[in-house]
Structure formats: structure tokens, C-alpha cells
Design a protein around this ligand. Structure first.
Ligand code: 3EB
Length: 325
């Protein structure tokens, strides 16, 4: 793994921020805690999530230019997309930390629409004071969206993923822009923002996919997708039927997002996938299944060992598809 330097090293700050040429925003895995810093050449975020296989570096945005730090978020421009990362120490309350994290992200992207957020939540399935950490995270996130966007906030929720990580901080990576996106729902799933109370005090704040034109290319951000129909977990704890259900949901959302019947396979989309596997021992089976049913050569896939937001879910898959020339 490339060496990561702390962001507060002045030598690094001048060296990197003085670079005139655009450079990639790299996200890497396998660190003991979240670090927002720089490799020898690039800005980089390393995450406390174990890497299982596939690509070692997540690089959705190969050409970015720095804007600076806004509300504690490191923000860059990738053409017309604004991309950023933020780390929020949890302190005594995940709910308050999530509220603060989202207040900062919403402030940093003022005048822009949020398209996609990748969330990483420590001990996501642990419970404190009778509420799961994921549910506390959802409550704080919802409170900030409601406060900032008002009563119509549900129609403006970005696509997202939220998975477990190590360390003691919430981490979010986000993409936003000035163009208005189309947010998409899955008719076979209750919109997450309408999930009933049994899943937590406030429902999750995300749409199933977001589609937007940036720099003349279509970007399709498909949220983390798992084995949920209606609002119920399908085949709790069972890997194979959950993979089948996940793929079915991905295809439904992909079709609605304009990717066609096979999630943009064999068309002019570059495809980036992340696969979150709860039990590392399932990795070979998950990979074999996806290679058989979904993947084609040229797909950039990252397999990670991570807890999923509901403890009965074994696997989650996300896709970002970018139109090529
Ligand atoms: C689900 O469909 C599964 O809380 O941001 C997927 C994508 C899931 C995003 C989030 C949660 C989130 O409810 C979990």
C-alpha cells in the first residue's frame, strides 16, 4: 500500500496543493483508522475496512483539482462534479456525530445537489441504549437533511451506501454538482426513507439510484443494494438466495436508471462495483457468483470485508456506471 502522510504536514500540503495538473482522488482500504492525507503523489483517503480482493484502489475520479477544506470536508472538483470526504469522530453519540457530519457535508455542498454518499459506520450492528448504531446514524443523518432541505427533503435524497468499519469515526465520501439529478426508486422495495418505525427511530435517508449528466457524460450511481423486498430482509443469513435477490434488485434499479436489462453490460458504460461481504469465508463464493451472473472483463470490482447495516444481511453490492465516449 502506498505511504500515507498526515494532511497537516506542511511540506505535503504545499507540494500537493501546488500541483497544477489534475490528479486522482484515491480511496484505499485496510488502515487501522480513517486517515485523510496524501500518498506520495495523490490526495488519498484510507479507510478502516478490510480488503478481500479485486482492485486495490477505488478511483472513480481520476482527474480532480483541489478547492480546499470547507466545513472540515476536503473538497475537490472532478470536472463538473464536486467530490469530497469528511471524517467525524463519534465522541459520545453516533446520532449527534451523524447530524454534525451531515450538517458539514450539506454546508460544504451549498448551492449543489448531493448525488451520492458512501458512508462508513464503526460497529454498525452494535447496540447501545437499545438502538443499533446504524439506526442512530440514520436518525442523525435524517435530522440534518430535514433541517437543511425542509419538508420536501425526501425527493432530494442522494443515493448512498452505509457499511461497517473500524476506528472511532464516521467517514463519508460524497459526490455533488450543480445539475439536478434524477433520483430513482425500486417498485419492489419500500423507499428507504419510508421504512416503518421497526427499522429505527428515523428511516434511512437515501434513494436507490441517482442519474445525472456531468461533463456531457451520464453518471449512474446505484446505491448499496441488498436482499430486501418491501422493507423485509429476504432469506435472513442465507448467502445464495440473498445474492440472487440483490442482483434482482440491482437489475430493476439499473433498468429504471436507463442502464438496460443487464446493468450496462456490453454497452458504453465503464462500470465500478463495490461488494461488501459480511463473512470473509464467503468471499470466494460471492466472487464466483458475481463473475458468473453479472461481471464482464473491464469491470473494476473491489471486494471488502464489512458488516452490512442489518445483521441478517450477508452481502451488499453497489455500482457506479459512467458513460464513455
Ligand atoms: C437497504 O436497502 C440496505 O443507509 O445509506 C443500502 C444503501 C442500505 C444505503 C444507507 C443502507 C444505506 O436498506 C442497506
Amino acid at each position: 500500500m502506498p505511504r500515507v502522510l498526515k494532511p497537516d504536514s506542511p511540506a505535503v500540503a504545499t507540494k500537493v496543493f501546488a500541483r497544477a495538473e489534475p490528479c486522482p482522488l484515491d480511496v484505499m482500504f485496510g488502515a487501522p483508522e480513517a486517515v485523510l492525507g496524501h500518498t506520495d503523489l495523490h490526495p488519498a483517503l484510507t479507510l478502516p475496512v478490510s480488503w478481500l480482493g479485486g482492485e486495490e484502489i477505488e478511483c472513480l475520479f481520476p482527474e480532480t483539482n483541489p478547492i480546499g477544506i470547507a466545513h472540515g470536508c476536503a473538497v475537490r472538483m472532478a470536472g463538473e462534479l464536486m467530490v469530497g470526504c469528511a471524517i467525524q469522530p463519534i465522541g459520545s453519540s453516533i446520532r449527534i456525530a451523524a447530524r454534525d457530519l451531515y450538517a458539514r457535508i450539506i454546508a460544504a455542498t451549498l448551492g449543489h445537489q448531493l448525488y451520492r454518499v458512501w458512508n462508513y459506520v464503526p460497529q454498525i450492528n452494535a447496540t447501545s441504549a437499545g438502538v443499533e448504531n446504524y439506526q442512530a446514524f440514520c436518525a442523525g443523518r435524517a435530522e440534518s437533511f430535514e433541517l437543511a432541505l425542509g419538508p420536501g427533503f425526501k425527493r432530494r435524497l442522494p443515493s448512498a451506501s452505509a457499511v461497517g468499519c473500524g476506528g472511532d469515526s464516521l467517514v463519508a465520501v460524497f459526490a455533488a454538482g450543480r445539475a439536478t439529478p434524477r433520483h430513482i426508486e425500486n417498485p419492489e422495495q419500500v423507499p428507504a426513507y419510508e421504512y416503518p418505525r421497526e427499522h429505527g427511530p428515523k428511516p434511512p435517508s437515501f434513494s436507490r439510484a441517482s442519474v445525472v449528466l456531468a461533463d456531457g457524460r451520464k453518471w449512474v450511481f446505484v446505491s448499496g443494494t441488498a436482499a430486501i423486498k418491501g422493507h423485509h430482509t429476504v432469506a435472513p443469513d442465507a448467502l445464495e438466495p440473498q445474492l440472487a435477490c440483490t442482483l434482482d434488485n440491482l437489475r430493476i434499479v439499473g433498468r429504471a436508471a436507463g442502464l438496460g436489462r443487464e446493468l450496462g453490460r456490453g454497452s458504453r458504460y465503464r462500470r465500478f462495483l463495490k461488494v461488501y461481504v459480511r463473512h470473509a469465508t464467503d468471499y470466494p463464493a460471492v466472487r464466483a457468483y458475481l463473475e458468473r451472473e453479472l461481471l464482464q472483463s473491464g469491470d473494476r470490482v473491489i471486494y471488502l470485508h464489512a458488516d452490512i447495516c442489518r445483521s441478517a444481511l450477508q452481502v451488499e453490492v453497489e455500482l457506479t456506471a459512467v458513460e464513455t465516449d
